[in-house]
Design a protein. Structure first.
Length: 70
């Protein structure tokens, strides 16, 4: 968990909420719900709009590139 100041935590919550409510993100969430989640994998949305089921480790770890530079 991140150690953020109270002000930074509030600002991050606002940014995260705004990002989650974009039209593109809402469409992806709806699509994931239609497909159905499994406990052993994630659904990855590729840049061309297609999807594939990948391991949780790869999807959340940016496919070996880490998440610090995203």
């Amino acid at each position: 968990m991140q150690s953020l100041t109270p002000t930074a935590r509030r600002m991050k919550a606002i940014r995260d909420k705004r990002a989650a409510m974009t039209t593109k993100r809402k469409a992806r969430k709806a699509q994931n719900q239609r497909i159905g989640q499994k406990s052993d994998s994630d659904i990855h949305h590729k840049s061309d709009g297609s999807i594939e089921r990948v391991s949780i480790k790869n999807n959340r770890g940016n496919f070996g590139n880490g998440t610090k530079n995203e």
